[in-house]
Each structure stands twice: as C-alpha cells, then as structure tokens.
Design a protein around this ligand. Sequence first.
Ligand code: CLF
Ligand code: SF4
Length: 297
Amino acid sequence: GQADLPKTIWEKVKNHPCYSEEAHHHYARMHVAVAPACNVQCNYCNRKYDCANESRPGVVSEKLTPEQAAKEVLAVATSIPQLTVVGIAGPGDPLANPEKTFKTFELVARAAPDIKLCLSTNGLALPDHVDSIARAKIDHVTITINTVDPEIGAKIYPWIFFNHKRYTGIEAARILIDRQLQGLQMLTERGILCKVNSVMIPEINDLHLVEVNKTVKARGAFLHNIMPLISAPEHGTVFGLNGQRGPTAQELKALQDGCEGETKVMRHCRQCRADAVGLLGEDRSAEFTTERIMAMD
Ligand code: CLF
Ligand code: SF4
C-alpha cells in the first residue's frame, strides 16, 4: 500500500486527492483557470473549451487573472477547510502561459503557504521551465503523454507551435515526445513528483499505452492515469467528427490492469474541469464565481 512509500514521498502524497486514492475521500483540490493559450493541437480537443488533457470535453471555465485567482483561493480555503491543493490545468496549457501561471502560483503561495501547488501540462514547453517549477516549490506535475511513437503521435497531434514555428506530422510528434520525456526526467531528478496522463483512444494508441507505461516508469513517473477518450461530435473535435469512439469501461479496465505492476495506475480520476472546486467528483465551482469573490471585500 501507499503507507510503505519512503517518508519524503508519503509526505507529498498523503493529502493530495489525485496522488493518493485514500486522500481523495478527505481532501479537496481547486483549479484556477488562468491559462488560456495553447501551443499544441490535439485531435480530441476543441479549443473553445477547456484543455481536454485534464477535463471532459465541452466545458467552458471562467478565466481569471492571477490576482483574481489568488483571491478566489483564499475565499475557497476559508469555506472548504479540506482544501489542500491548488492546480493549474487550463483552459489551455499552463506552460504556454508562463507569466500568468507562475505569477498565480507565487501569489497563492504568499497568501496560503500551506497549500500544495500542482501543475498539468502537455509537456512541450516543460524543459524550459523546470527551474521555475522547482523555484516555485511546485511538488506535483502532470504531463499528458499519449504515445512515445511519432507515427502514432502524428495521428493524435496535427501540429505543434515550437521555437516560433509551426511543425506538423511525424516531425511535430517527435519533437513533442522528446520534450515530454526530457521534461519528465528533469523533474523526477529534482525530486518533483510526476504523474503521467494518457488519453486512451481505441485503435490509435490503446495497445501502445503499455509501452508508454514502461517508458515513463523508466524516467521516474510516480503514477500513470489512463483516461478514456470522451469523443464528442457535438463539440466539433476532429476525432468526434471522424466518428472515433471512446473505450468501453471494460476496455479501460483491461488496459489499466495490463499496466499495473509497472508504474502505479490511477483509477479514481474524475476528469475535472479547469475551474473545478471541491472533493474529486464533486464540483462546487458555481459557489465561487468571480462576481461573488470580488464582492467579498
Ligand atoms: Fe488538478 Fe490534476 Fe493536480 Fe489533481 S486534477 S491538476 S493532479 S489537482 Fe485529478 Fe482531476 Fe483527474 Fe486531474 S481527478 S482530472 S488527475
Ligand atoms: Fe487542447 Fe489541452 Fe491539447 Fe492544448 S494540450 S490542444 S488545450 S487538449
């Protein structure tokens, strides 16, 4: 069980609702949606909505400034004493909006020093920000890695924007995968706990995710969260329009079982929105709208 973990790691996971299955019954997280831009296009994402790497499609979060976000964290911490983690997971990619993301973490750390900071990214910009992540004392980073094979990657990512240039096809996928794995290794070498998210896409990367699991274990990932594709034609994602289906519950479980034994597999993810508030599976974001927070002075 998790109680057998080394003490330094146990201290980091014991009250993080995503990193510890047990903790998710008792501790709450909140997301602040401060990061609108993205540097990658995933075929399962419609950019009008939240980043589909951590959330279900078709959800639009209310965007905040870093100052509004810090204020909202304080308001939520006051009314939800179980709040232990503040995460930035969208609505785009947090590291494609580095000023806003790091400013927010700085303000939150100053206002509520006991709260853990958590970041979720597609990983493209990650190697450039590892030092800032360590300096900001962000202990938990999620990287969405859907494949380690550029040919499969070309079916998932039509393009990336990197070094002021747009790349497409296998070249784009190769750059993205290299940056993700490099970033993962740099973080784990610094003792930052990393979770890898993978979106399971039937007939595209489903069988290959066992290899992803082994690869990320070799680079020190603590946890692997395999999430089902939620294909939504009504939201206009490329996969949805192509009639790409999501996995069945049985297919998902079979894959998770097949990966267990390498890197530990997360099974309690609720595919949160970019402004989720509360225990996992519960969403109290409507209680904490910007108008209400701003009216609190
Ligand atoms: Fe948020 Fe993600 Fe941090 Fe958790 S969510 S940034 S690691 S604090 Fe958690 Fe939500 Fe699943 Fe994400 S249940 S979608 S895994
Ligand atoms: Fe959408 Fe997130 Fe992919 Fe960017 S990284 S395209 S926001 S799913």
